[in-house]
Design a protein around this ligand. Structure first.
Ligand code: GLT
Ligand code: MN
Ligand code: MN
Length: 386
């Protein structure tokens, strides 16, 4: 019943199931698998897509001949398994050259190298079929604001994205960009820290229609924000181009836990939102297994991400079909149309009508709102007793 199918558009990054368990305090706990092995692992667990950074697939120091061989092998694995590549991105954070950022580095040569690296990585992504290109600016930031002028940094960031949009148009690629916000880690302070910041930045670009966002659960939770509200904001703006699903408590470092495993109620509202609006993009799990897991457990982790999504999708359908829920929602949202003239916008006539209206504040303030009942029904559904 909760079996993943291609139509669910479940994808994983090579870096997710390929995570070897390295952390700031310890060495890897799992041996690295090759990209080809990871594609087969994803096929085995029932995923639809695989995403990658340029250097997840092709090492940064590979020769052109090595690159071509790697790409040939990878394409063969995709063809053998039916796994597709919906999204690609650039590693602009691992090499020491990016220690002070890529597009926002204070060094013009580093900024130029970041552009060149991204152009090559876009070509690689497009060659493998990607239609979404993610920008996670993990190193774009500061530890000390003595070191970088934020206005100058945003100007550099804008110029880089404008240059790359123009490149994509010039090549005739069918590719959209998705900016991924994060408040901090690895930098002390990262530029474009939240979904709202990214949306505001996009409005200042040369080709805003080409650029949307890739919100991640963990990143908004780090900032203590309601992820579903951020996603709604992006969706309302026509900017929900991609999504990174995982989980963790508020205020922690970026933990990237299995989707729905920590705050299942919040995950429920998210899945319900995506399904209710008919979001058509990838459901990308940017998460990884515990450091204590072996590869059998990594498969359990990947299966668990998809299974939980499908269970929550089922719960959302149950919520929507529940007669008592529907009755409560109808009650809560009751509208006799007396004020619908306000939705038509401002006019002198509407203004006069509004000014002349006498409101019964006391009665309106006493209105019954059975929200506790509705919330408990939600929990009963989630806990499986309804
Ligand atoms: C890195 C980061 C993720 C981003 C990836 C894309 S890389 O793992 O923590 O949130 O989505 O660059
Ligand atoms: Mn993360
Ligand atoms: Mn992410």
């Amino acid at each position: 019943m909760y079996e993943p199918k291609p139509e669910h558009k479940f994808s994983f990054g090579l870096w997710t199931v390929g995570n070897v368990g390295r952390d700031p305090f310890g060495e890897p706990t799992r041996a690295a698998l090759t990209p080809v092995q990871l594609v087969h692992l994803l096929a085995e667990v029932g995923a639809w897509g695989v995403n990658f950074h340029d250097n997840d697939l092709v090492p940064i120091d590979a020769t052109p001949a090595e690159r071509d061989q790697i790409v040939r092998d990878f394409k063969a694995a995709l063809a053998a398994t039916g796994i597709v590549v919906p999204m690609a991105t650039t590693n602009l954070f691992s090499h020491p050259i990016f220690k002070d950022g890529a597009f926002t580095s204070n060094d013009p040569a580093v900024r130029a190298y970041a552009l060149q690296k991204t152009i090559n990585a876009i070509d690689l992504g497009v060659e493998l079929g990607a239609t979404t290109y993610v920008f996670w600016g993990g190193r774009e930031g500061t530890e000390s604001d003595s070191t970088k002028n934020p206005l100058e940094a945003l100007k550099r960031y804008r110029e880089a994205i404008n240059f790359l949009c123009a490149y994509v148009k010039d090549q005739g690629y069918t590719l959209r960009f998705a900016l991924e916000p994060k408040p901090n880690e690895p930098r002390g302070h990262i530029f474009l820290p939240t979904v709202g910041d990214a949306l505001a930045f996009i409005a200042t670009l040369d080709y805003p229609e080409m650029v949307g966002v890739n919100p991640e659960v963990a990143h908004e939770h780090m900032a203590g924000l309601n992820f579903t509200h951020g996603v709604a904001m992006a969706y309302a703006a026509g900017k929900l181009f991609h999504i990174d699903l995982n989980d963790q408590l508020f205020g922690r470092y970026d933990q990237d836990f299995r989707f729905g495993s920590v705050m299942p109620k919040q995950a429920f509202y998210l899945v319900k939102f995506l399904e209710d609006v008919g979001y058509e993009g990838s459901r990308h799990f940017d998460a990884h297994a515990f450091r204590s897991s072996n590869y059998e457990d990594v498969k359990a982790f990947a299966r668990g991400c998809m299974r939980t999504y499908l269970i929550l999708k089922d719960k959302a359908a149950q919520f929507n079909a529940d007669p008592e829920v529907q009755q409560l929602l109808a009650e809560i949202n009751a509208d006799d149309g007396a004020f619908s003239y306000l939705s038509a916008g401002y006019s002198r006539e509407a203004l006069d009508k509004l000014r002349a209206t006498r409101f019964d504040r006391e009665a309106l303030g006493k209105r019954d709102l059975p929200y506790e009942r509705l919330d408990q029904i939600t929990l009963d559904i989630l806990l499986g007793v309804r």
